[in-house]
Design a protein around this ligand. Structure first.
Ligand code: AMP
Length: 125
């Protein structure tokens, strides 16, 4: 079920558990600001989730409350993951679902990184 992006942060959400090391993940990159790991149900040959280490529900929450250092660190981590997976030349797609209409299911900000094949139209019409 899609979440309300304005809800308070739920420390029991699945990505909070991943950040605390309580459940396993397939990490591809980690630094002070971000963790990147393979999506458990990939929708493309490369489907990586990048999440900030701070407790932010959504892009809305992060853009409003995140510090400049957290935002810069997160954005740079996303770029690093794309480059380290050789996705720059072929191209790739970033997607962040926010709240109900965005179809966000996990209430910790995550950016999907898709690549590895032509990804088709941006949205189904
Ligand atoms: P969203 O709809 O944008 O909230 O996407 C949530 C994503 O998290 C989906 O693509 C799921 O496949 C993925 N996901 C859920 N649980 C896990 C998990 N334990 N490890 C990796 N990815 C997960």
């Amino acid at each position: 079920m899609a979440i309300d992006a304005t809800s308070p942060y739920d420390h029991a959400n699945i990505f909070a558990k991943i950040l605390r090391g309580e459940i396993p993940n397939r990490t591809v990159y980690e630094d002070e600001w971000a963790l990147a790991f393979h999506d458990i149900n990939p929708a493309a040959p490369t489907h990586i989730l990048i999440i900030p280490k701070g407790a932010y529900v959504s892009w809305e929450d992060f853009s409003a409350r995140g510090s400049d250092a957290e935002i810069a660190g997160f954005v740079r981590a996303i770029g690093h993951v794309a480059r380290s997976h050789d996705l720059v030349t072929p191209g790739y797609r970033l997607l962040a679902n926010v709240g109900g209409h965005g179809g966000q299911e996990v209430p910790h900000l995550h950016v999907h990184l898709f690549g590895g094949r032509p990804l088709g139209p941006m949205l189904a019409r």
